[in-house]
Design a protein around this ligand. Structure first.
Ligand SMILES: *[C@@H]1O[C@H](CO)[C@@H](O)[C@H](O)[C@H]1NC(C)=O
Ligand SMILES: *[C@@H]1O[C@H](CO)[C@@H](O)[C@H](O)[C@H]1NC(C)=O
Ligand SMILES: *[C@@H]1O[C@H](CO)[C@@H](O)[C@H](O)[C@H]1NC(C)=O
Ligand SMILES: *[C@@H]1O[C@H](CO)[C@@H](O)[C@H](O)[C@H]1NC(C)=O
Ligand SMILES: *[C@@H]1O[C@H](CO)[C@@H](O)[C@H](O)[C@H]1NC(C)=O
Ligand SMILES: *[C@@H]1O[C@H](CO)[C@@H](O)[C@H](O)[C@H]1NC(C)=O
Ligand SMILES: *[C@@H]1O[C@H](CO)[C@@H](O)[C@H](O)[C@H]1NC(C)=O
Ligand SMILES: *[C@@H]1O[C@H](CO)[C@@H](O)[C@H](O)[C@H]1NC(C)=O
Ligand SMILES: *[C@@H]1O[C@H](CO)[C@@H](O)[C@H](O)[C@H]1NC(C)=O
Ligand SMILES: *[C@@H]1O[C@H](CO)[C@@H](O)[C@H](O)[C@H]1NC(C)=O
Length: 491
């Protein structure tokens, strides 16, 4: 019985096939291709499954928490629940209060396991390591009533957006030493969407808070973590010393995520930012040091900063910026091996009358621009002021700036350096510059009130303001036209 049925069915199939095959497969070749596709697909899917299985295995068993301090705590032991709904503020407070008791014994580590840990803002303590497992997410609560208000930064006088107090940062620290935030690339997520929306609708009464802000602290390290969707600036070290940031990924939407700067070293000294990927809704990095008369009075420069091996994107602003708040001065900055892609501007120094201060001894080396509107920018009329009481005669000094090894393609305006009579740009050096341009070929190396030199041949042809030297650094032509202004914002 069974056999009969089976054979009957298969003979039917065979009959079907005989009719089917010639109509669908016009030639042997199509049939063969189809067979290949099926075979390939099967192997591919099987490999995918195997790979995923291996990855899961690795995640589950091969990545235990490393012990980076004498003592390590499991966040769940403080009552934390990573379900994305439970609010874990008390758990963080308990954990950090416990860790603070280990300060004299080498500090302690807080391990955050996989899960989504929702919390209100909280404060860090000295000698602590926050370690985020691979799938750990610390999620910022969106209700602004749970964000504490803090006094404005002294060097800004104001909240950057409103007078009076400002929202504190999501993860905050002040007067600390020896703090590490790291992990197996876990995430700190600011859930900034609601803040950006309220900001645009003018519903906020105070300046938005950064994602992570560390103030008046030293020996701070960030590595192997992801920072995402900050309400405002993402990582803001303020008046700190010895800060290192490496292998950090910083993400925010490239449009409509207002002021989501990646990293803002602000009145900081001895800092390294390296091996990071940053793609955000404002400057990827912006070195600052206070705002107009408040920054001048506070008087703390940003200096001795190395930025290297980054890949950055900023569709609305710039890859690497200095300013516009630079009233305490910015000096001794090296920016090297940086790729800036799909950005409005690549590297920009921005300032204005009223800022005072200086930007000096800045070296850019080995920069690559890909699909950038304006490559190298110095802008001296960035007129945003905290109030009307700024000193109109406080002119910033811009000098000793070099661009060595600048390459790229699809750049509309490779250079736009716009000094003014009051804020001339002095001692600028270009060497080994070749930038593939997008369309126009005239007026794309734009200058005004610039004094400096070009060494060797550069492309595109430099503006008349600059002296020309040959490869052996012998003077070929001295410019008489430093004060000529040829800036075209239409390009
Ligand atoms: C942390 O605690 C949770 C819940 O008690 C447990 O499942 C997990 O294995 C612990 N992790 C470590 C590294 O001890
Ligand atoms: C963190 O500490 C600062 C300074 O003491 C304080 O103003 C702020 O309210 C604290 N933030 C939280 C969330 O407790
Ligand atoms: C870390 O996570 C981010 C966001 O998920 C991802 O884009 C990045 O590639 C990861 N980095 C590493 C080194 O795995
Ligand atoms: C801003 O202030 C107004 C008037 O006091 C108040 O109605 C509103 O709720 C406040 N908005 C926020 C987000 O706190
Ligand atoms: C900088 O901080 C690191 C810890 O992040 C520490 O090991 C190092 O000694 C500090 N360097 C200086 C010069 O204090
Ligand atoms: C950071 O992550 C990278 C890539 O996973 C890894 O090679 C490196 O060892 C990590 N750094 C530390 C200090 O664990
Ligand atoms: C950064 O990651 C690279 C490899 O991805 C690794 O070699 C390096 O040690 C990491 N740096 C830190 C500080 O973790
Ligand atoms: C220049 O920077 C790129 C990254 O943008 C890097 O791959 C390359 O090795 C650097 N070249 C030198 C000579 O350091
Ligand atoms: C010009 O700037 C370079 C650094 O870019 C510096 O080495 C040199 O001393 C400066 N020249 C003068 C005259 O200040
Ligand atoms: C060019 O402008 C600078 C700064 O305003 C001024 O010091 C200098 O005398 C001017 N040079 C000429 C040739 O006009």
């Amino acid at each position: 019985m069974v056999e009969t049925v089976t054979s009957g069915r298969s003979s039917n199939q065979r009959v079907d096939f005989k009719r089917w095959v010639p109509t669908f497969f016009s030639s042997h070749r199509t049939a063969l291709i189809l067979l290949w596709v099926v075979a390939f697909g099967t192997v591919f899917l099987w490999q995918q499954n195997l790979l995923e299985g291996l990855l899961m295995f690795r995640r589950a068993s091969l990545r235990p928490f490393p012990k980076l301090r004498p003592v390590a705590f499991n966040f769940t032991d403080f009552g934390a629940v990573g379900d994305g709904v439970t609010v874990n503020t008390k758990a963080f407070e308990r954990a950090i209060s416990t860790i603070s008791k280990y300060a004299k014994r080498g500090g302690a580590q807080l391990n955050v396991p996989a899960g989504r840990f929702l919390t209100a803002p909280f404060n860090l303590t000295s000698h602590m390591t926050l370690f985020l497992a691979e799938d750990a997410v610390i999620l910022a609560i969106q209700d602004e009533n749970l964000w504490p208000l803090m006094p404005p930064l002294p060097s800004y006088g104001y909240g950057r957006e409103h007078k009076g107090p400002r929202y504190g940062s999501f993860i905050h620290g002040q007067n600390l030493r020896d703090v590490v935030i790291t992990g197996h690339n876990g995430t700190i997520n600011g859930q900034g969407q609601s803040w950006w929306k309220k900001y645009r609708q003018r519903l906020l009464n105070y300046t938005r808070g950064p994602l992570v802000q560390i103030m008046w602290s030293s020996d701070i390290k960030f590595y192997n973590v992801t920072l995402q969707d900050s309400p405002f600036w993402t990582l803001h070290p303020y008046d700190c010393k010895n800060v290192s940031i490496s292998n950090v990924t910083i993400l925010a939407p490239i449009f409509e995520a207002p002021n989501t700067d990646g990293i803002d070293p602000d009145s900081c000294e001895d800092m390294v930012i390296e091996d990071c990927y940053i793609s955000v809704g404002d400057d990827a990095v912006a070195i600052k040091s206070g705002w107009d008369q408040y920054g001048i009075a506070y008087g703390r420069p940003s200096r001795n900063i190395i930025i290297r091996n980054l890949v950055v994107r900023s569709m609305v602003s710039a890859g690497i910026s200095i300013g516009s708040e630079m009233s305490g001065g910015v000096s001794d900055v090296t920016v090297e091996n940086v790729l800036i892609w799909d950005s409005r501007r690549a590297v920009r120094i921005k300032t204005a009358p009223g800022r005072g201060g200086y930007v000096r001894n800045i070296a850019y080396r080995n920069l690559t621009f890909e699909n950038v509107r304006v490559g190298i920018v110095i802008k001296t009329d960035y007129n945003e002021h905290p109030d009307d009481d700024y000193d109109r005669k406080a002119f910033p000094i811009l000098e000793d700036i070099s661009y060595i090894g600048t390459h790229g393609h699809s750049v509309r305006v490779p250079v736009r350096i716009q000094g003014t009579e009051d804020i001339p740009v002095r001692n600028v050096t270009f060497r080994d510059l070749s930038i593939g341009i997008k369309d126009k070929t005239k007026h794309i190396f734009q200058c005004g009130y610039v004094e400096g030199r070009v060494i060797g041949t550069v492309f595109p042809a430099p503006c008349v303001n600059l002296d020309r030297y040959d490869e052996q650094e012998r003077l070929v032509h001295r410019s008489e036209s430093q004060n000529v202004t040829d800036i075209d914002y239409e390009l």
